[in-house]
Design a protein around this ligand. Structure first.
Ligand code: SAH
Ligand code: SF4
Length: 356
């Protein structure tokens, strides 16, 4: 098993069988070895820097019905809200003053925010904060809509693929949502020129080790700039309320494998990871992650954006979240950096383009 980790470190990819074998035969000792390698590779590109992104959860309305998510449209108990454009700009102002240079607009798939409204919001943010990167995470759209957002100034897009296995995907979603369309979206986003983020939940119902290996291989093929993974956590008003949550241990192991598979990727230690263990995010960074995403949403709406149960930081002001995370990162020898924090590969590709 040790030799497989060395091979992965050297070649940045393994066969499906090799990934499965590592995942299936993992031990605490093997995990330690993996994390050491992951930290070494991460340091090569990013030193001890941890990038910080300001998350603005701007709508809890969603027309989709994903079986795992608390915002699904069938959840009559979910409290719904929408921020106005002015609210969103206030979140950005607050964030900018706190040092944030990336804003992430995330929400359910809310038809109210049609292309015209979103384009207007994107333009306004980019006009006021031209030195900031703007990331969108608003689900599946047409090529034309993605292009319109990009032309309006959006730089990055997060759309987790959720699971690379088509059959598994259909077990987690109603039939209106297809794995083919999800993947189509990701390739469209890349073609348009976004820095793209995909990702998956660890320990989602019926997930197998083979599924996880396929996730890594899919990610290797897509070559995204960002990958978000976190444990699945049941939400009490969803069909998956009685399913088991993903574990800290497996999530960390997958973070390590991910770092070695995609050495320069931006990988967040997610809020979900911080939710299943008090030191989840610190451990995530130590296993290979290099991004944290504190919340910039107004405290008044925080408790209404409940994808899963027991979500942390729903009572804290943005400034508290930022300070808390900066301290947590310092405690493990990392510095939170104030910059757009573009992906190492992406900025270097751009520079090469500029040279030619
Ligand atoms: N509507 C957008 C963005 C918001 S959901 C979208 O679906 O892409 C953002 C992510 O939250 C999803 O991609 C999913 O991976 C994660 N998520 C949803 N429900 C979850 C749960 N119960 N446990 C853990 N993560 C969950
Ligand atoms: Fe909507 Fe995203 Fe939740 Fe699915 S995961 S129900 S698309 S908010």
């Amino acid at each position: 098993m040790e030799t497989l980790i060395e091979k992965l470190k050297r070649q940045s990819v393994l066969t499906r069988d090799e990934y499965v074998s590592l995942i299936r035969n993992r031990t605490p000792e093997l995990a330690e070895l993996l994390y050491e390698s992951a930290r070494e590779i991460k340091r090569r590109y990013y030193g001890n820097d941890v990038f910080i992104r300001g998350l603005i959860e701007f709508t809890s309305f969603c027309k989709n019905d994903c079986y795992y998510c608390g915002l699904r449209c069938s959840n009559r108990n979910a409290e719904r809200y929408r921020l106005t454009k002015e609210d969103i700009l206030l979140c950005c102002r607050n964030g900018y003053e706190l040092g944030f240079r990336t804003f992430v607009l995330q929400g359910g798939e809310d038809p109210y925010f049609n292309a015209d409204r979103l384009v207007d919001i994107i333009r306004s943010i980019k006009k006021e904060y031209p030195d900031c990167a703007l990331t969108l995470s608003v689900g599946e759209k047409s090529y034309e809509e993605y292009k319109a957002y990009f032309d309006a100034g959006a730089d990055r897009y997060l759309l987790r693929h959720e699971t690379a296995d088509n059959e598994h995907y259909r077990m987690l979603h109603p039939k209106e949502l297809s794995p083919e369309n999800r993947k189509r979206c990701l390739y469209d986003l890349k073609r348009i020129g976004y820095q793209v983020g995909c990702g998956f939940m660890v320990g989602s119902p019926w997930q197998t080790e083979e599924n996880l290996a396929d996730d890594l291989l899919f990610i290797k093929e897509l070559q995204p700039q960002m990958v978000g993974i976190g444990p699945f956590i049941p939400q009490h008003d969803t069909p998956f309320r009685d399913k088991k949550a993903g574990t800290l241990e497996l999530t960390l192991f997958m973070l390590g494998l991910l770092r070695l598979t995609l050495p320069t990727a931006l990988i967040p230690a997610t809020t979900a990871l911080g939710t299943i263990h008090p030191l989840g995010r610190e451990k995530g960074i130590q296993a290979g992650a290099n991004v944290v995403m504190p919340n910039l949403s107004p405290v008044s709406v925080r408790k209404k954006y409940l994808l899963y149960d027991n979500k942390i930081c729903t009572g804290d002001e943005a400034a508290e979240c930022k300070n808390c995370l900066a301290m947590r990162m310092k405690s493990i020898g990392c510095n939170v950096v104030v910059s757009r924090g573009d992906c190492y590969n992406f900025t270097n590709d751009k520079k090469e383009e500029e040279l030619t």
